[in-house]
Design a protein around this ligand. Structure first.
Ligand code: ADP
Length: 412
């Protein structure tokens, strides 16, 4: 009946319209693939008696390439156009082999094997080429509904994993840094035992003044004096050995320089001390200069420096009651440095420092804190100087507080 026919046609076109809409508007890239040419090649292989396709593909990788050349993109949705950097849908049509790097060939081969084994779909993470030749990470899915397969048509879905990968890398990086930060902070807990260890050789050195008595006799006993001095030297070496071990533990032995963006590094470091900042009711101001050159530095070591300065600033303000009245403000600032380098400043509103004592703060074991170890700034100084930079402290101009600053030469 004509009315029925019209209704069926109407239904079909609604369904076609819905399918089109889905295909076009999804945030996943979809390809409709004509697989009939590849099917013919596979049929030929079977006729030649090839039964183990996986082995055949390994022994004849050129066959996988041929299959790709014979697999033709018939249609793509809007997302594919942006994902592959194309100007229009049409540009993407044609053989798929140009999207497949050699390293990803086995994923294509496995999807063919899955289709022939009658599996409903295949899914694997791999890398593909954009039109400009750059590679990106994707989740490749191929579905093999029987009706489509019989018509030689496959539907491919591609989810861009670039952001996911970046987020994963970021998590791995921050985790590694946190682990390192945790190791550095346990240094504080080791203070008592390290102080004890260093104190022993120092005490022995002080008793070495006996050598003076051997010398001050009317008839100096040079042998005794020599022996006493020898023991002093040994004790001194023991003490410096202990310090060297602590330093190695906290600066890491092998710096791994990389070109890095100081602004990112400073913002990351502030994230790691966010909790302390909040606990002590401190207002953090991040003031980053635009257009800074990259610096060549070990990212973990540099982060350690900035973190040390931030933690010191937080501790200085937290321990200072009168500072509460002016407000606890912490500024992390970056600026272009002299000779095209970069300068980083950590400014606090704590008790400040005396100008003539500013240099002393960087000496190993200088501390004014009951549980301090006095290693933080000394380690910062070794790290910055090893990177060709300078570090210093000064009273905050025009107000209560301190400025700790360092410079680094430009990297490129
Ligand atoms: P520690 O924190 O274990 O004392 P540091 O080497 O990090 O070791 O610091 C050495 C000393 O420098 C501190 O004990 C403190 O007296 C002084 N100092 C560091 N940062 C500041 C600051 N922001 N304001 C005032 N004094 C500071």
């Amino acid at each position: 009946m004509p009315d029925d026919k019209a209704a069926v046609k109407e239904q079909l076109s609604v369904s076609e319209y819905r399918y089109r809409n889905m295909f076009a508007a999804m945030t996943v890239s979809f390809w409709e693939l004509d697989f009939s040419g590849a099917g013919k090649i596979l049929y030929g292989l079977r006729k030649q008696g090839v039964s183990d396709l996986r082995r055949h593909f390994v022994e004849h990788p050129e066959v996988v390439r041929e299959l790709m050349k014979a697999s033709i993109v018939l249609d793509v949705n809007d997302k594919s156009v942006s994902q592959f950097g194309a100007e229009s849908h049409e540009v993407l049509l044609g053989p798929v082999d140009r999207y497949w790097p050699v390293a990803s060939e086995n994923v294509f081969a496995e999807s063919v094997i899955a289709a022939l084994a009658g599996q409903p779909y295949f899914e694997q993470v791999t890398r593909l080429h954009r039109l400009d030749g750059s590679e990106f990470d994707v989740l490749f899915t191929a579905s093999f509904p029987r009706e489509s397969v019989e018509r030689g048509i496959l539907l491919i879905g591609l989810v861009d994993l670039t952001d996911t990968k970046r987020a994963q890398d970021e998590v791995a990086r921050v985790t590694a840094e946190l682990a390192h930060a945790a190791r550095v902070s346990t240094l504080g807990e080791l203070t008592a035992s390290i102080a004890h260890e260093v104190n022993q050789p120092l005490a022995a050195i002080v008793t070495g003044e006996a050598s003076l008595r051997w010398l001050n006799r009317p008839e100096p006993d040079l042998n005794e004096a020599k022996a006493a001095i020898g023991r002093m030297i040994q004790d001194g070496q023991r003490a410096s050995g202990i310090i060297a071990r602590i330093r190695a533990m906290s600066t890491k032995t092998a710096p791994e320089p990389a070109l890095l963006d100081v602004n990112t590094m400073v913002s990351d470091a502030t994230l790691l001390v966010q909790r302390e900042i909040e606990t002590h009711g401190i207002k953090l101001i991040i003031d980053l200069a635009a257009d800074l050159p990259p610096v060549k530095a070990d990212p973990v070591q540099l982060q350690q420096v900035v973190m040390n300065l931030l933690v010191n600033a937080i501790q200085a303000m937290a321990a200072c009651e009168p500072c509460m009245q002016v407000g606890r403000r912490l500024i992390a600032r970056t600026r272009p440095g002299a000779e095209e380098g970069v300068r980083v400043e950590v400014v606090d509103a704590g008790p400040g420092i005396e100008p003539d004592k500013a240099d002393q703060l960087f000496n190993a074991f200088f501390t004014t804190k009951a549980t301090g170890m006095g290693m933080g700034l000394s380690i910062c100084k070794s790290i910055i100087e090893a990177h060709g930079g300078k570090i210093w402290a000064a009273p905050k101009p025009g107000g209560r507080g301190a400025v700790f600053a360092f410079t680094l030469p430009a990297g490129a």
